[in-house]
Ligand binder design. Sequence first.
Ligand code: MN
Length: 307
Amino acid sequence: MSGPVQPVDAAVEQGPLARIDVREGRSTTVGGVPISRVLPTKGRRTVGPWCFVDLILPPDFDDPHPLEVGPHPHIGLATVTWLLAGEALHTDSLGSEQPIKPGQLNLMSAGDGIAHAELGTSEGIHGIQMWLAQPEGTRHGPSRFEHIPDLPVADLPGAEVKIMIGGLDDLASPALVDWPTVGLDISLRGGRAEIPTDPEFEYAVIPIDHNLKIDDAIVEPGWLALVPVGAESLPIEASADRARLLVLGGSPLGEPIEMWWNFVARSKEEITEAWRAWQTHDLDRFGPVSSKLARIDAPPPPWRATR
Ligand code: MN
């Protein structure tokens, strides 16, 4: 469920945030599935290491969309797959073949290069596809994949919190990430809760099914609220008693990233190299993927002359 990243997604340089900042998502489709892209957003490429968030919109039951994303490459990022409904099958060039259901985590770190495919194995897929930018220390390294079927759940006053990545209170996800990161799937029970935060982290709050109020900021499903470093907690109020949301955060990455198509790097030259390796079927960099779906060709990078 990776999505091509267009230059428009990250057109403006990142600056510091003085307060909670609400941004609208952008509607598009990936593999035939309608999505709202909430990150990157105008002027903002990363929140902690999180650099890409696509919400797969709830299925239209009269017109269910199949999820069919054929083999395609990644570099310099980890894909975080989180389903809310439906089931999918992940295959990759490490030889992984892994079904995933709601509540389970698929985490695939690309390093220098990996290829994978995603096939919906049920109708009505609804979920979130996220990427973490890998830091300099690991982004040129080996790729890896892990599937975590059972994640810890924190019981807070007013909220049940599934810990996808990182920690909350005394609980920690076993997911292996390369940078101080947190990813929480929060179910409110009584319309409000106070989520403890790390003041050294910046955060994105992403409503899934109802409007939320964070401090004084109102944020709708398909949008995100950006919370700068320094917060001791996030007071969240929902427009319904039972509401679901994601809280994603981490230490600011501290280095600008370059994103295009399915690649995260630090320069256009690195991306052009990865593009060429994929287009020339360089199996040393991007190995074969077992999938009945067609391989996805990369478009030429826009900065490369194509006369
Ligand atoms: Mn992908």
